[in-house]
Structures are given as C-alpha cells and as structure tokens.
Design a protein around this ligand. Structure first.
Ligand SMILES: Nc1ncnc2c1ncn2[C@@H]1O[C@H](COP(=O)(O)OP(=O)(O)OP(=O)(O)O)[C@@H](O)[C@H]1O
Ligand SMILES: [Mg+2]
Length: 512
C-alpha cells in the first residue's frame, strides 16, 4: 500500500474508534451525535455532516445533530419520505452518492447551507437497525487526488451508521425506562403525600407535623405504635417527601427471617463467606444506598445483630459477610416497632445504647381508640376507596358509625380498613345498618351478655380475653384454618396470631 492510502486507512480506523468512544460518552443523544459528526469531519475531511432521525412526536425526519451548519440551517432540515435525496435514502434504505450536487436537480439543499454547490459531492447512508430505517447520515465532501475515494468513505459511513443505529436504539430504551421511572416516582410521591394520611385529631396532626419536620433531614427516626396504626405508611411518607425521594425505599422486616439469614439480608455476603454461599449477595444496606432503609419490627432484632447495627450507625459503614472491605452506608434509617422498647431493655433483650442511637427522633402513632375523631374520616375514606375498587355504592346508616366509635379497634386502621372492605364486598344492599356489622363490632359494652360462654372468672379482663378467644376461633373456621388469612381478617399480624393461639391454648388442628 502507498503511504497516502496507509495514512488514510489509519485515520479511518482512528475515526471509527473515536466514534464508538463518543457514542458511549454520555446518554445525551444530540451531544453524542454532534461529537460523532465533528470527529468525522476533522479526521476524514468532510465539509458538512448531518444525522437525520425520525422525531417520535411528529413522525417527521429532521436533523438531530450536524457539523458545519448553523442553528437556523439545522432547523430547516426537515425531510419527508421520498423527498429529495435524504428522503429517498430513508424510503429505500439504500446508500446514495451524488458526485456533483451542482449538476443534480434532485438535490434540494433544504438547509440552504451550500451557496456554491458546484464541485461538492454528497453522500447519504441510511441508519438501519435490524431492517428498520431510523434515519440517515449525510456528508459533503470535496474530492481531490489525495483525499481517498468514495468507496472508502461509504464503507466508513456505513460502519458509523450502524454504530449510531445501535446507540439510538439503546438511547430510546434508556429514555423509556427513565420516563417510566419518573412517572412511577411522581406517582409514589403523590401516594405518600399528606392528603393520603387521614386524620384531623390533634394527636394525629402532631404526628404529621413531626413527620414533615424530619422529612427534610437525614436523622434516624423511630416510629412507635400498636399494630396497624400506620407506622409503615408514615415511614414511606417521610421517605417520599424527603430529599432522598429519588433513591430507593427498602424495607426489611426484622422478624421475618432467622438470625443468620437476616444478617446476610442486611449486610450482604461474599462468595464463599459460609458453606453454601455460592454467590455474592448484595445486602439491603447497599441496595438502599441514596435512599431510606426501613427496619420494621426492630424490637425483634436479635442481640448479635443489634450490636452490628449499632456499629453501622456509629461508623456509617459496614462490611459484607466474609469481607473486610468497608462499604459506606449512605442510608437514612427509619425503624419501627409495636413493642415497648423500654420493657425490652429492662428484660435485657434490647440494647439501650442502640435504643438511644435509634431514638434521635421518635414519633408515637396513637391507637385509633385515642383519636376517635379520626374514625369517621377513615371510615369514609376507605368506604369510598373500596366502593370504587369493587364497583359498589354502599353507604352506612348513622347507627353504624356509633358502633364504629364505640369499638376499641385493637387492630387499629388496618382492622378498620379490612372491616370496611369486607362489608363492601359482602353487601347485598346499598345501605348498611347495625345488624349488618360483624358481631364483634357491636359496641363492646352493649354486646348481648351470655352469647359467649364465660369462664368462672367474671372480671372485665377475663371477659375481654374470652371474647378475643372466641373471635379467633370463629375467624379460623371462617378462613379455613389458614393462619395468614385469619390474621389478615382479624387485622393482626401472623406473628400476633401465633402469640394469641399460644396464649389461649388454641390448637387449630383440634378444633377443625
Ligand atoms: N392515617 C392513615 N390514613 C390512611 N390510611 C392509614 C392511616 N394509618 C394507617 N393506614 C393504613 O392502615 C394499614 C396499616 O398501616 P401500616 O401497615 O402502616 O401499619 P403498621 O403500624 O406498620 O402496622 P404493623 O405494626 O402491624 O406492621 C395500611 O393499609 C395503611 O395504609
Ligand atoms: Mg408495619
């Protein structure tokens, strides 16, 4: 090969390498494509160059990036299928070469960028992905003896156009995912916003005030309250109203896994960290990076892990199991429990130093019976919601609300929501009255005596317990002895159901 043509080949290779590099430099379509055209013109001596792609909104083909054209010229560059050279290339999907545009009547010079057309050659190569023509790239070129030949240019442009095609497809997918992510995020932000937290009572309003105050900060928050009072809902709301809203909200239920699995779940593990660790596992602390880690039922966290968690909170870093490399813990921690942690500390099952670490800000969610004012609001909210969901038009007579107000709601908002959903689903008429309520809801003091077998002990406590016992048995039967479902129907957690079964000595197998 002659020196000139060797040099030329070398420049072609450099150009192709450079193009593939700039195409992956960022995820900005126009920026990358403009860099591609700049590279082509400087390394291959093309006077002008454009990338024409279909505009997804108008369906028109237009110049997306160019080199050697002014902004106005770029804006003029719009093409219809079959119109002019560019339109023909896009329509036919095949390359065109015009040796001298001054002599070519089909050349429209739409951008108006070539006052003197004589002597300029024009190349146009389609941008195709798996048979689909996405657009075209064009190049203006003045051919002289030592500037290589047309076939070389076409070959280079074809390679570049296939790189561009892949990038454009990738970019399209990326944009779609980004858009979906954004719309999901704004949906979540809306769902977990103040209007969806129902409650006008002073107690609940002060919960909201506190939640909004801490949302703007990165402090650790401890949420306390009985089952079903809205701890998780408040945790999510704090996250989605915080500067970390764009990051993930990751929840871990500390009661759901045995100790050793929970440790891996939280901190992750290296391959070979223990027998059976065949893969590296990413822990929740890592997954939650940039967002919020919600440690639910923190009162159930075993003591060994309490020590480890304390260290993470103090040092703001942790290690995967089987590794000594510290990883930065970029998370805000929100913990929740329905236990009385002070009691647990006294019993020695919760570390008081961890308690103080978690308790930077604590928010207590009051039980429903302490904010009766919120019961009608919540009832209306859930009635509307479940009517909508089940296509019904159920309403309550005012006597029903009296019973709602008289009931103690041990399962709090969750129990109220479940009760209303059940009523809506089962309703055979639009207006429900007292007698349509489940019997446990009849205001507790007015419940007919003697309907439930009482034990010898007639104290109120024993009576309530007996009532609870009967209700659990009934719910078990109604739910085919499936404990998960029974617990849900009662508005309590499976763990709580398990505890009560033990407490009352109920053996599902023996009452079947
Ligand atoms: N103020 C509220 N407004 C509307 N819905 C609420 C409110 N509080 C709680 N809820 C709803 O009640 C249900 C139970 O709430 P959540 O799961 O947050 O309770 P929790 O305190 O985490 O209970 P547990 O201790 O049993 O896990 C959820 O469906 C939640 O959306
Ligand atoms: Mg919860």
């Amino acid at each position: 090969m002659e020196t000139g043509s060797l040099e030329r080949k070398n420049r072609e290779l450099t150009a192709i390498l450079e193009v593939s590099r700039v195409l992956t430099a960022s995820f900005d379509l126009e920026e990358n494509l403009t860099a591609v055209m700049r590279t082509l013109s400087s390394l291959l001596e093309m006077q002008r160059g454009c990338v024409v792609l279909m505009d997804p909104v108008s369906g028109e083909f237009r110049i997306v990036a160019a080199h050697g054209l002014t902004k106005e010229e770029i804006l003029r560059g719009k093409y219809k299928l079959g119109e002019g050279i560019v339109g023909r290339v896009i329509e036919s999907g095949s390359t065109m070469f015009i040796p001298n545009i001054g002599e070519e009547p089909k050349f429209l010079n739409k951008t108006g960028s070539r006052p003197d057309k004589d002597g300029i050659s024009f190349l146009c190569v389609p941008v195709r992905f798996k048979g689909e023509v996405l657009g075209a790239i064009t190049a203006d070129r003045i051919y002289s003896a030592n500037h290589g030949d047309v076939d070389d240019d076409i070959r280079v442009l074809k390679i570049v156009s296939s790189l561009i095609a892949q990038f454009v497809k990738l970019w399209g997918n990326y944009r779609k995912v980004e858009q979906e992510k954004q719309s999901l995020q704004s949906e979540l932000r809306q769902r977990y916003s103040l209007p969806n937290l129902i409650g006008e009572s002073e107690k609940f309003q002060s919960v909201l005030k506190a939640a909004m105050k801490v949302a703007g900060t990165d402090t650790t928050v401890l949420l306390l309250g009985e089952s079903g009072t809205g701890k998780e809902l408040v945790a999510r709301t704090i996250h989605y109203q915080s500067p970390r809203a764009k990051g993930p909200f990751v929840a871990v239920n500390c009661a759901a896994l045995p100790d050793n699995l929970l440790e891996v779940e939280l901190f992750g593990s290296e391959k070979g960290a223990f027998t059976g660790a065949t893969q590296r596992r990413t822990g929740r602390f890592e997954i939650a990076a940039g967002g919020t880690l919600f440690l639910d039922e923190i009162g159930e966290l075993p003591l060994v892990l309490q020590a480890k968690l304390l260290r993470v909170l103090e040092e703001k870093s942790f290690e995967r199991l089987g590794s000594s490399k510290p990883i930065k813990a970029d998370v805000r921690i929100i913990a929740a429990t329905n236990r009385n942690l002070q009691d647990e500390i006294n019993k020695g099952s919760f570390r008081h130093d961890l308690y103080w670490r978690l308790n930077v800000v604590s928010i207590v969610l009051p039980p429903l019976r302490e904010r009766k004012k919120d019961i009608p609001l919540l009832a209306d909210f859930y009635l509307a919601k479940f009517n909508r969901a089940h296509g019904k038009r159920v309403r309550f007579r005012s006597a029903v609300m009296e019973d709602f107000l008289g009931y103690s709601w041990p399962g709090n908002v969750r129990e109220l929501a479940n009760t209303i959903e059940r009523l809506v689903i089962m309703a055979e008429k639009d207006v429900l009255d007292k007698e349509d309520l489940p019997y446990n809801l009849l205001s507790e003091e007015s419940a007919p005596k003697g309907q439930f077998p009482t034990e010898d002990d007639t104290t109120l406590g024993a009576e309530v317990q007996n009532l609870e016992r009967q209700r659990i048995i009934k719910a078990l039967k109604e739910n085919n002895f499936i404990q998960q479902r029974t617990a849900a129907a009662l508005g309590i957690t499976p763990r709580q159901l398990g505890y009560r079964l033990k407490k009352y000595g109920i053996e599902p197998a023996s009452i079947r």
